[in-house]
Design a protein around this ligand. Structure first.
Ligand code: AMP
Ligand code: MG
Length: 268
């Protein structure tokens, strides 16, 4: 039984006790993992084709992480080769004036996937209990009720046909330092460096506390969190691809039946 890193509602976690390295879960090592990942990615592409054709299901994949935690890389690597027509990535940035004039789920709800679609959230409504909480962007009386509001929103989505997968990419503070340094040193990565990221890094402990509470409060039977050891990209990619493939397999998408008896069709 492969490890999925899935949290369960009855067992709250401490983030400091969860590993950021995946090696021990995959003793065969990096090269074997990469080979398995390539096979899984192929399987994902085939399953997604069927999922899109079937059109009965919706899959929402939520990615959260500290800066440089690997959200972009996960999307690029795991979904490489998947039919772009059936996938929609939404990146949630600092809310616009119009978005701020609405409830925090307004922009989120508009982006959830429709029938046959896989929606990927690069950041999400969880920012509204993370960055918003750590930087006091709204008072506690506003962000505190959001955990329950999120749970109810996600419940409604799952009850109306959306499967939700939530991944927290768990990296160490040391790994973030190395990735930031790479962004500073490598001209091709300069575009990814933001001075604001250093301000957030300085608040690492407050972010960990906020993440921990979000993970514990919003792990529900209908929408659990997965805490993925993400210091090693090869393990992160493999673990996430596995969960997604297993989830779609369980839905068991089928090609729709033909319109009548096609053996009688004559094409002149
Ligand atoms: P990036 O993912 O690097 O493009 O950065 C997007 C930025 O938008 C991050 O600093 C997020 O913390 C910020 N952000 C996303 N959602 C919200 C939100 N609801 N409120 C405030 N900031 C947000
Ligand atoms: Mg950034």
């Amino acid at each position: 039984m492969p490890v999925t890193h899935r949290l369960v509602p009855e067992r709250p976690i401490r983030l400091t006790e969860l590993p950021t390295r995946g090696q021990s879960f995959y003793p065969a090592g990096k090269e074997a993992a990469k080979a398995e990942f390539r096979a899984l990615r192929k399987e994902l592409a085939e399953l997604q084709y069927r999922f899109y054709a079937d059109g009965r299901f919706r899959l929402l994949i939520i990615l959260q992480a500290m800066d440089a935690g690997g959200k972009d890389g996960t999307i690029r690597r795991v979904f490489q080769g998947v039919n772009p027509q059936g996938v929609r990535v939404t990146s949630f940035k600092v809310p616009s004036k119009e978005e701020l004039a609405h409830d925090f789920l307004w922009r989120i709800h508009k982006a959830v996937p429709g029938n046959g679609m896989i929606g990927i959230f690069n950041r999400s409504h969880y920012e509204d209990v993370l960055v918003v909480r750590v930087h006091n962007l709204v008072p506690e009386s506003v962000w505190r009720p959001r955990y329950e509001q999120i749970n109810q929103f996600e419940k409604m989505l799952t009850e109306t046909g959306t499967t939700i997968l939530k991944f927290y990419l768990h990296i160490s503070k040391e790994e973030q330092k190395q990735r930031f340094q790479e962004r500073v040193d490598n001209p091709e990565k300069h575009w990814k460096f933001s001075h604001d990221d250093l301000k957030k890094r300085a608040l690492w402990d407050a972010y960990m506390a906020a993440y921990e509470e979000a993970l514990n409060r919003c792990t529900t039977p209908w929408a659990p969190w997965y805490v993925i050891p993400a210091d090693q990209k090869w393990y992160r990619n493999l673990a996430i691809a596995r969960v997604i493939v297993d989830t779609i397999k369980q839905l068991d998408p089928q090609f729709p039946p033909p319109e009548g008896d096609l053996s009688q069709v004559v094409i002149e």
